[in-house]
Design a protein around this ligand. Sequence first.
Ligand SMILES: Nc1ncnc2c1ncn2[C@@H]1O[C@H](COP(=O)(O)OP(=O)(O)OP(=O)(O)O)[C@@H](O)[C@H]1O
Ligand SMILES: [Mg+2]
Length: 406
Amino acid sequence: MDQPDGMRTGPRIALDTLQRFARELAGCESRVDGLLTCVARHLNDEGFGFERVAVFKDGTGSFDPVPAAQHGFDDLEVLHGQLPPVEGWPLFRRALEQRCAVFARDAQLDGDVPLVVAGALRIRAVVAVPFIAGDSCLGLALVDCGGTAFEIEQQELDILTTAGEFVATALVPTVALEKERRTSELKSQFVALAAHELRAPVAGIHGVSSTLRDRGDDLLPEQVEILQRTLWEQSDRMRRLVDQLLDLSKLEQDAVTIKPRRFPVRARIESILRQVAPDRIVDVDLEVAPNLETVADPNGFDRIVANLVTNAFRYGEPPVRIAAQQLDTHFRLWVEDEGDGVSAEFAPKLFERFTRDGDRSDGGSGLGLAIAQTYARAQGGRLFYEDGEPKGARFQLVLPVKGREN
Ligand SMILES: Nc1ncnc2c1ncn2[C@@H]1O[C@H](COP(=O)(O)OP(=O)(O)OP(=O)(O)O)[C@@H](O)[C@H]1O
Ligand SMILES: [Mg+2]
């Protein structure tokens, strides 16, 4: 920073770059990804002159970095899905806390960027520029000079802070518009899918009751018994489906109150197991310390864990391993089984509504994981899937705990 001008490496950031940037932003596309691609281009050679640019957007509302656009950071794609949440990035945390662009002279040495990212992308000197509007951070850019050392003046960081604010201002209406588009798409899709799912049990119930009404007197007792069992099964399926639909619609309207409170984790999981898999408890390895406590919404926790355990027995193979840990500011829980896991084609759709993996659905409606994910997000957390080692499915629930107790 104090070096004479002639020795300084790195781009020079002047006020007129900022003016050009503002003009470019005004002409950008009205979609979030299009806008961020345009931002990446202008932080790069065409504008601010950084050799490499990675732009992240918020995935959850509590700032969870999801790569949105890049220039020069070609390996970023490879890291997708492995990026730690923001508290794993001291550089991002600093940018959010200070609400301004921040510089790390050697991110690898200072641990400013998660090791997995810094190593894979060969990051050294780097600047993080947050996109902050009001109380929320809508995204963030990471810019550098191709992994080489460089210096930057405070005044240049101030210009970048302002550039980040410009991006946030442009993003606010774009994000709102996109959310509205998506909600209306989801709504029309949802009604069609719900009707489709309800049709099968309704048709079954109607068919059986018609037979009983028209020919009931002529049927043998064992035939009546079969019909009655079918009637019970189909009405039970319909009851579960209606419960799930009500759950989802309440969650969507924010009509479910999330009330975090402290509870012992192991005892709670044992009680869930007694309810959802009473005859399979011997097939569960419960690796949870007896004294482990967490702060979460107990109802949401039960819904998430119950669905993960039911799925592990329904679609996977025993033993089912359940582990939990309280690490730093987050509570983490894993449910894994030793079945075939989820196919690579299906994995990206796993948490969408009404989706099932080919013929491995076993009568489920494909709503359980969508509901579980919504409960996790309602608590500021997230549910992830990864393949188990050496085989099977592994689900991870991450919930923030800091200051959540009511
Ligand atoms: N542990 C697992 N192993 C393999 N596949 C799984 C596993 N868990 C879920 N799946 C796949 O994901 C699909 C979606 O699961 P989800 O819990 O959302 O719905 P479901 O179990 O089919 O129905 P519901 O939970 O609504 O009764 C399942 O149908 C199954 O194909
Ligand atoms: Mg399920």
